[in-house]
Design a protein around this ligand. Structure first.
Ligand code: ATP
Ligand code: FE2
Length: 331
């Protein structure tokens, strides 16, 4: 079985092709880079509409296959921006209908975990998934991926991006803030908000902007923002690791590009004698290959239903999905 997957929950359009053994035959993507401000759902949808067909062509070219070789269409069903999801679903339905092959909608967050397991060899990790739109600590337990902790308001990447835009550093903020943070060792106290196993970044964001506006050096604010936010992430991941008694920690999502976060998380893992894993950057952020691989996993467990089961689910929860391909967690 050859599966073609289409991703487009947020600002990046991705098309991937994966075979039933998990061999990634192609992965092509194109991010929307806004001229100013953040991402508007409608603009993301227009970006997908303009890019899906060219990316399908590029992915086919990369794989050396033709449309007639495709056996299954997978698409990201949610969670994500409504207009973006609907555009992707419409494209996926049209493709499946025109090729007369089955279609399956998949959970985007689980896609991140599964492409991570596929590309790193991690078996049963506690996963920290941190991106512009999501912040979750995920681990497998009793037939499903459970959310051990998550943000109660904005995502980690979004916090950094909003900070960056507010202080005139542009979008996306991650790489610029990381670079500036390297120039400082001066820690300014900022709100550290962990509630049980959940996180909150909005107070931290407001406080960081205020510090900058009150005259603190931008390098110091960037450094302190990173140190505070990443400590929060590491604390919750550490507790999930201790509770679940798992032996692997995995980092994924666009914020995984950050060297300081990687360093902090891998030190924590080492202290717990756990292995640290991170997929190649290409498969950390949103990509089509993770959607195609999810299609394969769903297909191999008879979870591919008909066209009637393809409506998008904007708030699709990680723990809403049965995961029969992971019988039980190896301890
Ligand atoms: P999702 O749909 O999973 O929420 P996304 O649309 O946010 O994904 P990604 O490419 O996964 O897309 O992540 C982008 C985010 O990663 C942005 O918020 C960006 O600022 C952040 N980021 C990128 N590089 C770095 C970095 N070096 N340090 C911190 N954050 C970074
Ligand atoms: Fe994502």
């Amino acid at each position: 079985v050859i599966c073609i997957g289409i991703e487009g929950t947020a600002e990046k359009t991705g098309v991937g092709i994966v075979d039933s053994n998990g061999k990634i035959l192609a992965s092509q993507g194109n991010p929307l880079i806004p001229e100013s401000g953040g991402i508007h759902p409608r603009e993301a949808a227009e970006h997908h509409a303009a890019n899906i067909v060219p990316l399908i062509k590029d992915a086919l070219h990369e794989s050396g296959l033709g449309l007639e070789d495709m056996d299954l269409v997978a698409f990201s069903r949610g969670p994500g921006l409504g207009p973006a999801l609907r555009t992707v679903a419409t494209a996926a339905r049209s493709l499946a209908l025109s090729l007369n092959i089955p279609i399956v909608g998949v959970n985007h967050c689980i896609g991140h975990v599964e492409i991570g397991r596929l590309t790193t060899g991690a078996e049963d990790p506690v996963t920290l998934y941190v991106s512009g739109g999501n912040t979750q600590i995920i681990a497998f337990d009793a037939g499903r991926y459970r959310v051990f902790g998550e943000t109660l308001d904005i995502a980690m990447g979004n916090c950094i991006d909003q900070f960056s835009r507010s202080v005139g550093l542009g979008h996306p903020g991650g790489p610029v803030v990381e670079k500036l943070a390297l120039k400082s060792r001066n820690h300014i106290k900022l709100p550290y908000t962990v509630k049980g196993m959940d996180l909150s970044f909005s107070g931290l964001l407001t406080a960081a902007i205020r510090k900058y506006e009150s005259g603190e050096a931008i390098e110091d604010v960037c450094y302190s923002l990173q140190e505070t936010a990443f400590s929060m992430l590491v604390e919750v991941t550490e507790r999930a690791l201790a509770h679940s008694k798992k032996r692997e920690v995995m980092l994924c999502g666009g914020v995984a590009a950050n060297n300081r976060l990687r360093e902090m998380l891998s030190i924590m893992a080492e202290e717990h004698y756990a292995e640290f894993h991170m997929p190649p950057m290409k498969y950390c952020g949103d990509n089509g290959a993770m959607i195609a691989w999810m299609g394969q996993l769903m297909h191999s467990h008879s979870l591919v239903k008909g066209m009637e089961d393809t409506e998008v689910i904007q708030k699709y929860r990680t723990d809403q999905v049965d995961v029969p391909w992971r019988k039980s967690s190896p301890k």
